[in-house]
Design a protein around this ligand. Structure first.
Ligand SMILES: NC(=O)c1ccc[n+]([C@@H]2O[C@H](COP(=O)([O-])OP(=O)(O)OC[C@H]3O[C@@H](n4cnc5c(N)ncnc54)[C@H](OP(=O)(O)O)[C@@H]3O)[C@@H](O)[C@H]2O)c1
Length: 336
């Protein structure tokens, strides 16, 4: 029997998620790939979507968008990406319902995993690297980025934050990392000794950021939090600066007076990898970005930390661990 993670209403994931049994999938049709999954990542965004699901669903809603596994069969006449073959390791994104033992995915969302990568890295190979690519592209639109202008990012110790840091170091882009605790700052400093880290634990942290940049402009800020931290970033931005909001950790809204935006000609931009992937990116762009995501996984393998691995029967523990303060790395589930 196949086992699949589903929910029928919104609410705390530990309460609303269940594992259901269903018949094994039949042979894939044209355009499809049958995959036996070996691991999936519990992304914070997955949990937010489950929490925010409106009302009650008529049918169980399958959870998850990314998983890694092994190809068991390819539908007749199906065009697959290079390297995708029966018996080969693959990762799927974007596949709603990726949290299952068996999935039948559109061939378009199936990519081959390089031999060098472990299952643990392969399970994280798409969402976070593609988010990093998406954010970098947003930053790149700012003329000063990569020259004089600094990037500042909050929640810098997150899985995405560490990839952003790795990419900035590789391309020699000036970056200030911001985290919410002195403890988190120490951990990040040890990992990236050459990248300045500021903790928001003390009032006046924005002055500390100003001291670090030493009069150079803060051109771009990445923020997955919102609320007060995002407001502080708007304050830090130089004229013409851009805040890229890509998460909604804070409960409170971002409060900004129009005069702040007007006086400095600021841009406030929201970016979501799923929406961007589905509606904005062309097929050529997606192919190119998947290649870049693989390069990030290969070049920054050490930044794909795993906080813990759970079994499918321990799903409650996995979803609770995925939002635990101070956690470093992804929480993975092995679907057996
Ligand atoms: N827009 C998109 O397409 C997209 C794609 C991927 C991820 N995201 C978002 O990016 C964020 C990071 O994802 P991830 O998988 O990298 O997460 P992660 O590895 O689980 O890390 C979460 C981070 O958020 C920090 N954090 C949690 N609550 C906070 C708060 N109230 N104030 C300040 N920092 C807080 C944590 O800090 P501590 O270490 O101090 O606990 C930790 O560094 C999430 O919000 C996620 O939803 C968005």
């Amino acid at each position: 029997m196949n086992r699949r993670v589903v929910h029928t209403r919104g609410g705390p994931p530990a309460e609303v998620l269940t594992v259901v049994e269903e018949p094994d999938p039949t042979a894939p049709e044209r355009g499809q790939v049958l995959i036996r999954t070996t691991a999936f990542t519990v992304h914070p965004g997955d949990l937010q979507a489950i929490e925010a699901y409106p009302g009650t669903a008529a049918q169980p809603v399958p959870a998850g968008v990314e998983a890694t596994g092994v190809v068991e069969a390819i539908g007749p006449g199906t065009r697959v990406a290079p390297g995708v073959e029966v018996g080969g390791r693959v990762t799927v994104f974007l596949h709603p319902g990726a949290w299952a033992r068996w999935i039948v995915a559109d061939a378009e969302v199936v990519v081959a995993v390089p031999d060098e990568l472990s299952d643990e890295v392969a399970a994280q190979m798409m969402v976070n690297p593609l988010t990093t690519v998406m954010l970098r592209r947003e930053a790149q639109e700012h003329l000063a980025f990569g020259y004089d202008g600094f990037l500042v990012q909050t929640a810098a110790g997150s899985s995405v934050g560490r990839l952003v840091t790795g990419v900035c170091r590789f391309h020699n882009l000036p970056l200030v990392n911001v985290v919410r605790s002195d403890r988190g700052a120490a951990v990040l400093r040890e990992r990236f000794p050459d990248v300045p880290v500021v903790s928001t634990e003390h009032p006046g942290w924005t002055d500390e950021v100003r001291k670090v940049v030493g009069g150079r402009p803060v051109s771009v800020a990445f923020d997955p939090i919102g609320g007060k931290p995002a407001e502080s970033l708007l304050d830090l931005l130089a004229p013409g600066g851009k805040l890229v909001s890509y998460g909604q950790i804070a409960e409170e809204p971002i409060s900004v007076h129009a005069s702040t935006l007007l006086s400095k000609s600021l841009t406030l931009r929201g970016k979501n990898v799923i929406g961007w992937w589905l509606s904005e990116a062309s097929a050529e762009r997606r192919t190119s970005d998947v290649a870049t995501a693989k390069q990030i996984a290969l070049g920054l393998t050490d930044q794909f930390d795993v906080a813990a691995v759970y079994g499918l029967g321990e799903l409650t523990g996995a979803v609770e661990h995925a939002v635990r303060p101070g956690k470093v790395g992804a929480v993975l589930v092995r679907p057996w």
